[in-house]
Design a protein. Sequence first.
Length: 399
Amino acid sequence: MTASSLFQTYNRANLSFEKGEGVWLEGSDGRRYLDMGAGIAVTALGHAHPHLVEKLQEAVAGVWHTSNLFRIPEQERLADRLVAATFADKVFFCNSGAEANEAAIKAARRYHYVKGAPERWRIVTIEGAFHGRTLGTIAAGGSPKYLEGFGEPAPGFDQVPFGDSEALKAAIGPETAAIMVEPIQGESGIRPFDIAALREMRRLCDDNGLLLIFDEVQTGVGRLGTLFAYETIGVTPDILTSAKGLGGGFPIGACLATDDAASGLVAGTHGTTFGGNRLAGAAGNAVLDVVLADGFLDEVKRKGLLAKQLLAGLVDSHPTVFELVRGEGLMLGVKTKAPLGDVVGAAREAGLLVIPAGDSTLRLLPPLIVSDEEIREAVNRLDAAAGAVEAAAQNGAGA
Ligand SMILES: *Cc1c(COP(=O)(O)O)cnc(C)c1O
């Protein structure tokens, strides 16, 4: 353990990075790492992407911040582009995924309030969900692990089990405002919803006058090979939240909504000091320049299929270490049979960064610019890591 003045909120690896380029990072230990985690799906265009560097350098030389008391051209342009590319009519910018979800929850509650139904304020959420770490979003996620020790959870959330249609119907009552769901659960282990279940949610929302909220903080900004996952799935929400990849590493979050769903959050009802400032707007626009360029998203889809296929082969050749592969596009999970921490550690020893998730699943969330060759190299390194885990298990058994 290194002595530290920081809150002890993380179990950090004793490693930092001095240089980065594309999918590669150079560690403080002098080794080169293949970064298949992208800072948890954040550096969507890899490290030091020339276009992002150029646009951010321009922005840094200009006016950084003026607050939302004034018009912000980069923010307006980013909103226009997100609206043009999606179902949404309006965008609210903030600084993180949790804040984007807070905005979505507030928008849903106030939508009913201004329509004369203030009693409709409860949100139905899904067990195993992750929506962030604010007091509101830990209550929305409902995970006992994140709620413990923080007093009475914020009220107004009704949890139903993953994929249980009957429980979902039963949870909807006269006080329900919305259903909130991650199209693919990320933190709890890349657990995909079946499309039928998401369609059912859309139908239940339409039948009961509820809003459908998709938390696309992790699935969004091209990760599945469409700008947002809802396009891949074919079910359109009323409100969608984005963050992680949206700034390519610069903190920015966004809540997208239809005109109707945004109608409750009028002047004075919600706000943020930093949200969507000029630097953040410049970063978001630079990311969209690349992600929305012709053919980019098709490549993500193709590379996702390649990665999934190679990983499936790897699972077959290491049946004591791995169990199965799941996910879509470049949001892939490999469920492990061996202890997850051992596999993630062995991967790091083999020069590969992957991200642990729930349900004993390691996540691969590479920068979307990853090449075929780098995908193959990542799978080779994971192969070496699995070999090391097998050898250690054998030595352990023999000892
Ligand atoms: C990461 C994540 C969040 C929280 O985002 P922060 O920026 O850490 O607040 C919310 N929802 C999902 C689906 C996420 O993956």
